[in-house]
Design a protein around this ligand. Structure first.
Ligand code: RIB
Ligand code: CA
Length: 311
């Protein structure tokens, strides 16, 4: 059982990852969500999560975090996620509201009150996670793992060598990777390896409330691939979540991961030290590869479980 806090910037793939977690209460005791500015402003990503919870009739606590990176200016991503941050589905107005606690205060209270260690799923910029670790360092011992979607072994999706979540707040990422907490890194390469075929996503149409939300999300989110003539697209944020659920689908390696802060072309790059295999200091568990078919099957099984809740 993972006692889980999901730190996110919804974001289409953030919502899909969260739905997979919601479908498996036998594995994930979701303690709450914290939101962070990234794909869109803090207000927009928070409202998106509240509206999705209204649609899915869930009521997990939601606490708002930081509205900007530690040093960098906020750079939202309307191209990928739209002006709302969750363009595509028609969502009800939110009938839920936030806790009123700041995200790091929610994290603090949750860890202090939990008799078990807590796992973080961090699928947006790492601003909240980093500043929680800096503000309450004594609570690091209550952290089981920090599973992140971020970085890359070699690539980039926002800059030549930088992935969006890390690029958006490199200082925060450096704090998290260097914290000594157990970090699980789902970088771009493993996310691409688990890409969904656009034809597979089509199968979700009309199957049920959760599947329909997924289908409507993918209709907008998949445009990026359609416009480029690709037959598939990566649902980035569900990768670390499905690793927690089904680790046997993945190949992993242990490496030290450093974050570049100063390069003119490489600020926000994760430097995975492939040359160092001994005497590692704060190594991360780097997800290296995944069995694509079973990975995607896990997604559809989760959607089926959720659909049955609304029948
Ligand atoms: O690079 C992919 C990441 O950036 C995902 O978390 C997506 O939601 C965006 O935030
Ligand atoms: Ca995200």
């Amino acid at each position: 059982m993972y006692h889980l806090i999901i730190d996110c910037d919804p974001g289409h793939d953030d919502i899909i990852a969260s739905m997979v977690a919601m479908a498996h209460p036998e594995t994930f005791d979701i303690l709450g969500f914290t939101t962070v500015a990234g794909n869109q402003t803090l207000e927009k990503v928070t409202n998106n999560l509240l509206r999705v919870q209204t649609l899915l009739e869930t009521d997990y606590p939601v606490s708002m975090g930081y509205d900007a990176p530690i040093i960098k200016a906020l750079e939202v991503q309307p191209k990928a996620h739209g002006e709302s941050g969750l363009d595509g589905p028609i969502l009800p107005e939110a009938k839920r509201t936030v806790t009123g606690l700041h995200a790091i205060e929610f994290m603090k209270e949750t860890l202090e009150n939990s008799s078990e260690k807590v796992t973080f799923l961090c699928i947006g910029p790492l601003t909240n996670m980093a500043l929680f670790l800096k503000t309450y360092p004594h609570l690091k011992e209550k952290i089981q793992a920090i599973a992140i979607m971020g970085g890359a072994v070699n690539g980039g999706n926002i800059q030549l060598k930088s992935e969006f979540n890390i690029y958006h707040d490199p200082e925060a990422a450096k704090i998290v990777f260097g914290s000594g907490a157990k970090v699980i890194m789902a970088g771009l390469e493993v996310c691409y390896a688990g890409s969904i075929l656009l034809s597979e996503a089509e199968e979700a149409n009309g199957r049920g409330r959760a599947s329909q939300l997924f289908y409507d999300l993918m209709k907008f989110y998949g445009r990026y691939a359609v416009d480029r003539g690709w037959d598939r697209t990566a649902i980035f944020d569900m990768t670390p979540l499905i690793y927690l659920l089904r680790p046997e689908l993945f190949e992993t390696k242990e490496y030290e991961v450093h974050v570049e802060l100063n390069g003119e072309y490489t600020r926000g790059m994760t430097v995975v030290d492939l040359a160092k295999t001994e005497d590692l200091i704060h190594p991360a568990t780097v997800l290296w590869d995944v069995k694509r078919e079973e990975f995607i099957q896990t997604l559809f099984e989760a959607l089926d479980i959720l659909d049955k809740r609304y029948q």
